[in-house]
Design a binder for this molecule. Structure first.
Ligand code: FAD
Length: 381
């Protein structure tokens, strides 16, 4: 598609998955894109990511699905299992049937692998990435936007704030509002599959549902690693940081008595990080004249549908298409109109899954899980 937009010089704030994807989409379509990233090196956390077909479709459109597919694991089923007995409340096929139904596969990927491929593709498409540059402010002017960084000042046509849940661009646009602690923390880690003893980990995306906790396991890198996310409810988070190194023994103690597959993964783990899971209410607006938000900066969500990065990737596609079709002001309107209802619905569904995965309501919680399994059996049968 030919570039319709006169505003073609873009600064993206943040080289996370959302920022890199939108930079790639725009650069491939004739925009001149620079990314400013506050970190001094390009890297991602050592953890996994589930990439559902909606995200894979965008990677295909932007020409990097082939490169990304070299690093993936293809899970067979999406499962919800009982934390003790291992009974399946839900076992829904992924693999070929998902591809037939949605037109793209369901993948598991190490975040660092996806990040590396996005960075490479951005460089190839001509994106400039400047590290060690923190955005501190912006000012909309008549014919451009001025971006204030810690080390310099820039003038461009448009700014995309893809700077995550603690977004400075969001704060400048809407005022200071700390993210809300959701009362849950996530322990994350990866374990070499060869180090797991005493249980065979199934080749599925599995949620192990238990009272006030759940744990997710799945393979990465063709089966070389097993990724886990262990979520527990807590009344407060005392650390200043939203991410800290966790104590593996404490993690194991929290999940004593869980199914042998869970115990075997935690036994084999030697390092874990602990994350506060934060949220934000729906924002009153996503754009301000020449500045627009994307990804966790505007719709952070609990990871209980594995859709946060997928939503940032979808945002990148829709924003690119809108900027190709319309002048920027109209494009930002269309983007927000299209994306906000969907992102808000997924934020809500992700929150609602807490009750399901954590068996809230005791036996009634278990009944809900059983009903879910029955519904999916009839739906697929
Ligand atoms: P980020 O990844 O946070 O990137 C923001 C970038 O901006 C960072 O590099 C940061 O350094 C930079 N930055 C910040 N401020 C500034 C500044 N002022 N100036 C310059 N640079 C700045 N999603 C899925 O789709 N599937 C999953 O399976 C999944 N699992 C998850 C499991 C857990 C436990 C968690 C916590 C999340 C999970 N998610 C998942 C969600 C997903 O990780 C996020 O939604 C996604 O990474 C958001 O990407 P982003 O690019 O918007 O923000």
């Amino acid at each position: 598609m030919a570039l319709q937009n006169q505003a073609s010089r873009v600064i993206v704030v943040g080289a996370g998955i959302g920022g890199l994807t939108v930079a790639l989409g725009l650069a491939k379509n004739g925009f001149q894109v620079r990314i400013f990233e506050q970190a001094s090196s390009l890297s991602e956390v050592g953890a996994g990511l589930q990439l559902s077909p909606n995200a894979v479709k965008v990677l295909r459109q932007f020409g990097i699905a082939g490169a990304v597919s070299n690093h993936i694991f293809s899970p067979k089923y999406a499962c919800i299992r009982d934390y003790q007995s291992g009974r399946y409340y839900l076992k829904s096929p992924l693999g070929k049937s998902v591809e037939q139904r949605y037109g793209a596969p369901y993948w598991h990927i190490h975040r660092a692998d996806l990040h590396k491929e996005l960075v490479q593709a951005c460089y190839t498409a001509g994106v400039e990435i400047e590290l060690d540059h923190r955005v501190l402010g912006y000012r909309n002017e008549k014919k451009h936007v001025t971006v204030l960084l810690d080390k310099k000042t820039e003038h461009v046509d448009l700014v995309i704030g893809a700077d995550g849940i603690h977004s400075k661009v969001r704060e400048l646009m809407l005022g200071v509002q700390a993210p809300i602690f959701t009362g849950q923390v996530a322990w994350r880690g990866t374990v070499p599959a060869a180090a797991i003893k005493g249980a065979e980990i199934q080749p599925n995306a599995t949620v192990w549902a238990g009272p006030n906790k759940h744990l997710v396991t799945y393979y990465l890198r063709g089966g070389e690693l097993v990724n886990f996310i262990a979520v527990e409810e807590r009344s407060k988070w005392q650390q200043e940081s939203w991410r800290q190194e966790g104590d593996v023994n404490e993690l194991r103690r929290k999940f004593i008595g869980w199914h042998p597959e869970v115990s075997a993964v935690l036994e084999a783990c030697d390092t874990t990080f602990l994350w506060a899971l934060n949220g934000r209410p729906s924002l009153s607006k996503w754009h301000d004249e020449r500045v627009v938000l994307l990804g966790d900066a505007c719709h952070p969500m609990l990871p209980f549908m594995a859709q946060g990065a997928a939503m940032a990737i979808e945002d990148a596609y829709v924003l690119t298409q809108a900027l190709l079709k319309y002048p920027y002001a109209q494009a930002f309107e269309k983007y927000e109109d299209l994306r906000k209802p969907r992102a808000t619905a997924i934020q809500k569904q992700s929150r609602d899954n807490t009750g399901l995965y954590h068996m809230h309501g005791g036996w009634q919680g278990r009944m809900k899980l059983q009903a879910l399994g029955l519904a999916s059996k009839y739906a697929s049968g």
